[in-house]
Design a protein around this ligand. Structure first.
Ligand SMILES: Nc1ncnc2c1ncn2[C@@H]1O[C@H](COP(=O)(O)OP(=O)(O)O)[C@@H](O)[C@H]1O
Ligand SMILES: [Mg+2]
Length: 212
């Protein structure tokens, strides 16, 4: 994609996002979500009010049963991405991207993808097919028997199919220190655009909480 295509695609995506960010939730529901976030220890930071409201809107949408997409939280380290995933993206499983890359090294591609898509229960809990992947991009590129694989790109493809099939019940929650452009550079434009389609993309700004 050259610059102008990227720009147009970005505008279309922004319009889509504006449409479904907070679709159907009221200000009161957003405020209630923000209060419950703070009550659970996820606090607003000075200068991060707008981001906080965006997050609260997403949480309100989930609480109202209106969410259709998962989440991509991106931003600098120490902004609360992992904390938010753990507290508000209640997937049945959370794995670190690094762990997926390590298992790939040990098991190979087919087995690790099978493990990610595990489907052994007869009666599955409601959130069973949702998955949180923490720290996408922090893993080294997978190497096995001289073959190089971005196993996380494969994992994202698999998650995309899961989402197409199940919608919200198959949603994926991602955190990353990489920007969307950097994700596209590393995993390819196709993977990046799949993430943008299946996830609400939120840039976590504000201060580094670890420096306080
Ligand atoms: N919104 C927040 N409210 C309270 N503590 C926070 C918040 N965001 C981050 N922290 C704290 O800051 C530290 C780093 O957060 P973390 O989620 O690991 O950051 P990231 O994943 O973005 O690198 C953690 O100890 C976390 O508890
Ligand atoms: Mg983190």
């Amino acid at each position: 994609m050259d610059g102008i295509d990227r720009l147009i695609a970005g505008l279309v995506e922004d319009a889509e996002r504006a449409k479904d960010a907070g679709a159907g939730v009221t200000d009161a529901q957003i405020e209630a979500a923000a209060r419950s976030m703070a009550a659970r220890g996820f606090l607003p930071a000075r200068g991060g009010e707008e981001t906080y409201r965006t997050l609260a809107t997403w949480v309100a949408t989930v609480r109202a049963g209106l969410a259709t997409r998962g989440l991509l939280l991106w931003g600098e380290p120490g902004r609360g991405k992992t904390l938010f995933l753990g507290k508000f993206c209640r997937a049945a499983r959370t794995v670190r991207a690094l762990q997926i890359a390590e298992l790939y090294q040990e098991w190979g591609r087919a087995r690790v993808l099978n493990w990610l898509a595990e489907d052994q229960l007869d009666i599955v809990p409601e959130d069973y097919y949702q998955l949180a992947i923490d720290d996408l991009g922090a893993e080294p590129t997978g190497k096995r028997f001289g073959e190089t694989t971005e196993i996380l790109a494969d994992a994202v493809d698999q998650r995309y199919r899961q989402w197409q099939r199940r919608g919200w019940a198959g949603a994926t929650f991602l955190s990353t220190n990489l920007s969307p452009d950097q994700l596209a550079d590393r995993y390819g434009a196709r993977t990046a655009s799949r993430i943008a389609e299946m996830c609400a993309v939120i840039n976590l700004t504000g201060p580094d909480w670890r420096m306080r």
